[in-house]
Design a protein around this ligand. Sequence first.
Ligand code: ADP
Length: 509
Amino acid sequence: MARILLLMDHGVDRVKVVTALRDAGQSPIDPAPGWDAPARLVQAVERATPDVVVIGCQADLEAACARCELLMEGDTTRYLPTMIAIPHHPSETEAIRVFAAGARDLVSLSDPMNLVSARIDNMARLNYLRRTFRKHHDALTARNEELDRIFETVTSGLAIVDERGRVVRMNARGREILGAQVGRFGLDDPTPATTATGGREHPILRAAVRGESVRGQRVELSSGRTGGERVLVVDAEPLFGEYGQRLGGLVVFRDETDSIRMQETLRGKAQELAQRTEEMEAFVYTASHDMKSPLWTIRRYAAMILEDQGEALGDEAHHFLERIEVNAARLGRLVEDLVRVVKVGKMELFLEPVAVDRPAREALRNLDAAVRQSGARVELPSELPAVLADPDRLVDLFENLIGNAIKYRRPEVPCVVSVRAVVEGENVHIQVQDNGMGIPEDQFERIFGLFQRLHTRDQIEGSGLGLAIVQRVVERHGGRIWVVSSLGEGSTFHVVLPAAPANEAVTPA
Ligand code: ADP
């Protein structure tokens, strides 16, 4: 509501003005007492925060003009519209004097009072509108400045394009990313980047002209003769006006040249590595295969000599031949394991629903000698849940895990191995637990690597390939394997494999 401040001494004129304004629906306000002292005038007006100041003059026009001039000197009051109310019709000289004092208007109280109140009211409303407009304008300017700051500080390139895809604004990061090519980013260039990115599919065209949302589209900018291609990853969002009309788009872009080049290099290296690994595995496979028969020959001849001429040989020769036989046998096992490691990564799997206890029991039969020799007690429930797996590979898995549990037992306690399996959602969680030597925590992952052993061959025989084979078997089935162990207490190997579908028949044991 517009505020009208009356600087008028009490008297008939003031009553006339107040009455007329009230009739027009306005409630004029009075200044604080003491306002008429020149030293306090400006302060009194400031406090009242009016939209218009009406200065009365009764007979003394000069005093009214002096008050007006005082207000013109105040820092804030000088912008307030001031009107001087004269009791009679002003002469030309009086009117000139009033305007010279800085008043915006003058009213004659000898005019019809509704005209007087209308003029005062209009002036007040005008200032009220100006004040409100200014408040909104200031708020809008502050908001714009804030948006500008955000626009400039965003770490991605930002551009605003019009409805024809021409860049209207771009932030500093955008200019930095594009460098000399800044002019080629939008669609205003006669040879725009569109040609390099498949024309109609340029993200700016899609968003600003066709009104589509674009996410993560790659745009390649060729930097001419000097440099290679730059790769930008662009998001673009169309902008619409209040009535749905197309205004253009907001484009966000990042320079991904380095990371994309890096990914390409890495992909290349990974392919190279995969190819080398394959070559290496093929070599290991062939070499191991080729070694089998000479090894067999060595073992056989050593055995034959020992058998046929053992009596005639001296102790030393006897001992050497035995060593040949033992070591050839060890080498034979290593070769077998190597072939198995390579094979398990490639061989075709014959998946079928298998109750976990079945391959475990078969593995136990294969380990019969070790079980008997160690006196181990193996706890294996007769009915365990079924997994979807290749049964032969599961025999390998259990043979290695149970074999290790027995091999790495503690001589001072009776060896107990326990095999368990439970269904967990879509998987079966298998555990092979022992009360053996245990494994230090920092070796939990390493033991699954090729040739990784925690014991020397003099202590316990082994190739360091068993767990690598087990891990490959598990991974080929889409499962997971890990170990939890404490030194001197025992270890538990955990294997998670996909459960067999509920309605499929399980191969009986
Ligand atoms: P290998 O038994 O032929 O040495 P593995 O790959 O089967 O090779 O095992 C790697 C190493 O992990 C073993 O040398 C052994 O030190 C350790 N290990 C495996 N299983 C157990 C176990 N149940 N208890 C203690 N240590 C084990």
